[in-house]
Design a protein around this ligand. Sequence first.
Ligand code: NAD
Length: 464
Amino acid sequence: MKFATSAYRAGGTHTVVNPATGAWVTDVALADERETDETIAAAHEAFQSWRAVSPGERARLLRAFAATVDSHVEELAALEVIGAGHTIGNARWEAGNVRDVLNYYSASPERHFGRQIPVEGGVDVTFHEPLGVVGLIVPWNFPMPIASWGFGPALAAGNTVVLKPAELTPLTAMRIAELALEAGIPEHVLTVIPGKGTVVGNRFVTHPLVRKVAFTGSTVVGKAIMRGCADQVKRVTLELGGKGANIIFDDADLELAAASAPAGAFDNSGQDCCARSRILVQESVYERFLELLEPAVKAVKVMDPASPESEMGPMVSARQRDSVSAYLDKANIAYSGSTVTGTDGFWLAPTVVLPTGSHDPVWQDELFGPVVAVMPFADEADAVSKANDTDYGLAGSLFTSNLGRALRVARALDTGNLSINSHSSVRYWTPFGGFKQSGLGRELGPDAPDSFSEVKNVFISTER
Ligand code: NAD
């Protein structure tokens, strides 16, 4: 397999390891602060010409970028399997998501129009002006989609982008930057800078020419970024952690709820900010639900992520696996599914735990692994109160056959993304983001280009 080469070298190297086997994959050279500054300066210079590209031409270039990604879906997917441990089925979807996001936002340059507002003595119009250089900081759990949710609308709105992938998973972003050039996107309009968060990511926060930081990652780092951005009143979008609740009422289709719960919790080995890692079940059906859930958990196909049959691969790193295992050592385990043994990969079985109460760490903390906690509730008010008893508020689900209850509970939950009788969460054409400490601002959907531009108001006198 051939890897994109890093244009940097002064920040040391990071060794990418195959999470399924622990084997060496490649070494990636990282940028230091000086190289980051040079990249930001080049992106700032490119901004002057990129913003002047006509709307129709910018749209055409984004469509060409989408088409180039489309013809490399298999290659990008293979990179994500080997470098991040994603199942091949997921990785293909993720590469296809980049293509779809680019196609969706390619329609934006020609439609991102302002308003004409009635005023006395003239004409008042508004414009959407691009911000300048946008710094994207991306986590390791969904390296491709999350990067494109930032650069798709940011480029469409006329900004240039510097993107820092997570240390663990730089390979697909580096390749996507090459594909952008191949598609005709001008140099320095989208640049990928592999590097450390504390070096490259931090420089996006402190460098005055970076006009917005779009960060996806942990709540603790997100808070530090928000504090840092305050110094320059820098625009910031935060997509942070989650501890999603899956609420199952006694009038729900219990078989459907139990059959779908493992995918809601264990997709991407539970390393998903939208994972429904807390299941709340109404008391009268709690025991029955646990009985139905067990075979569904045991049926999850945990196997080599390169196999098309694989439904769950390894965790991203030994560190992440050990952090989740430490919780399991102290948890009350109900049952587990299968796992892979006999390799040096970072495997962990999907596991169901029964918390001792709402203060149990497995109930409160974002474990970011294949662990789901199940707890009973008494009635609707108790369900809402328990679901909202967290600092997070990103995604959740509820299962009921009562439409009124479904809407009533959905409105009562402090959660940005809800699905009823399903676990769907992120569609590129609908808004995505968190309540409370799960984030700030919204990504995706028709309004995303607004968050990568400033509104300018212009009054033209008609009286002289
Ligand atoms: P992380 O916060 O450790 O790192 C995220 C990114 O920030 C990485 O690129 C990292 O290098 C960079 N970073 C680290 N320290 C930095 C600093 N001081 N300044 C600037 N950048 C810095 O998170 P992670 O472990 O890579 O990802 C897992 C977390 O991401 C989980 O909490 C998960 O819930 C969250 N997440 C949220 C969403 C969402 O959309 N809300 C999506 C995916 C992941």
